[in-house]
Design a protein around this ligand. Sequence first.
Ligand code: GLN
Length: 542
Amino acid sequence: MKTPKFIFVTGGVCSSLGKGIVAASTAAILKSAGLKVAVMKLDPYLNVDPGTMSPFQHGEVFVLEDGAETDLDLGHYERFIDTPLSNLCSVTTGRVYSEVLSEEREGKYLGGTIQVIPHITDKIKSKVELAAKKMGVDVLVAELGGTIGDIEGEPFLETIRQLKSKYGTDVLCQHVTLLPYLAGSNELKTKPTQISVRELRRMGISPDVIFCRADMRIPKKLLRKVSFFCDTEEEAVIPAETVDSIYEIPLRFQKSGLGDIVARKLGLGKLKFRLKEWEKGIERMKKAKEEIFIGLAGKYNELDDAYLSVIEAAKSAGFHLDKRVRIEWIDAEKIEDKDPEELALLERVHGVIVPGGFGNRGTEGKIQVAQYCREHGKPYLGLCLGSQIMAIEFARNVLGIQDATSEEFDEEKKSKNHVIHFIPGQRKIRKKGGTMRLGAYPALLTKGTKARKLYGEDKISERHRHRYEFHNKYRERFEKEGFLISGVSPDRSLVEIVEIKDHPFMIGSQFHPEFLSRPFRPHPLFRGFLEAILKQSKSKKA
Ligand code: GLN
């Protein structure tokens, strides 16, 4: 088997420059030429994985097929390259150290002194090599989190240096920096970039390609200046100017010749890049003018990153239907307090998404949101927690089970009706903070349901991240009153999708469809949700 090529993406000057998008775009360009690619994230923080990190601080937890809980950048990677990634693609300092330390406890180092170099760097190296090998790729793109100069990043930079010295021209280093604008002199400045590259050099790494971020057009002469001072080929200094949509970036980079530069430097031969699908997709996005307002009733209001995949999925479905989705944040706690402005907002939005979530906060308000949507025929899409909310609302207000709730919300065990509960027998493995039902599981769809129609197939596979489930003892009562179980696990023991009969669109999934939505191929549930909204607004206009 031929050896894979490696591309490392580092960032300098400051954080939030979009290194993840640079990594994903580079990979997307290479994939368009028929190469097998994967993208991995090297995260210098000490958490073992992002599973327990607060979405407040760190954005959403993205879940892979194999159940790995990862940084939201992995979501960008999958959306850009449309290839399922694996837990091998997410490496943190915490994981690296915990493996090295447990090996030390097992006596694997035979009493030797354990050091950052070589033990930690060897472990990182083996993880990068393993990811490339197991994913069977031609090119592995690896993004290093953080900014050059971060203490935590140093072992990773040293590893990149070692890999470069081991694999030579099979390794390419890309560096993303910022050209800040100074209003006083009305110019973009290159000095921070020069210093950042100098810092990179101090670690033994010379960038082969530099991406210059700026919020305005970068004059050619500045790109030349960066090239001159940073000793990087002129054509390999790529402008990365802010654009309306991140999905324009592969096209922009390719216009600057990125694919050919990478192919030449890595010795990939003559490649033919085919970005037609991207061009068509962007054209469509630009054409979409009419707006659809979607209420998002989550816990982390106004925090786009906490619901990144949900928002991306809704937008993609919108563009697919030539519409522009606008997110309106609905504060469930305000709904609970009967705040008139919030209630008016709920009335105004065209449809509501209740996304995934954990814990009790705002749940009563979300139940009221679900009730409003059910009673007023407003399209509702419940994702994981949102589907559980739907069941609780139905139990209380249609079946008359006043104390219906989820075991999760009832710590004091006051209710006799946990319509959502821990599965008996799995209690031990699903302790709080411990194992959840994670990753892709198959589900069978019920004939005649909306869900079955939308998917267009009987058997699906979707990604999960939850502890609680619909309680089977209530199934019959629910179904009798029009709360349909439209999808179940293959052994029929778990409820996977539910829907309200005779409602324009009220569907809840126990899984997270947003993780499988792609920019130019929206997920059937999101598409169906928006189609239902459009149908309503057409009939209102008529
Ligand atoms: N908290 C709920 C559960 O654990 C829902 C989880 C989620 O929405 N991801 O089942």
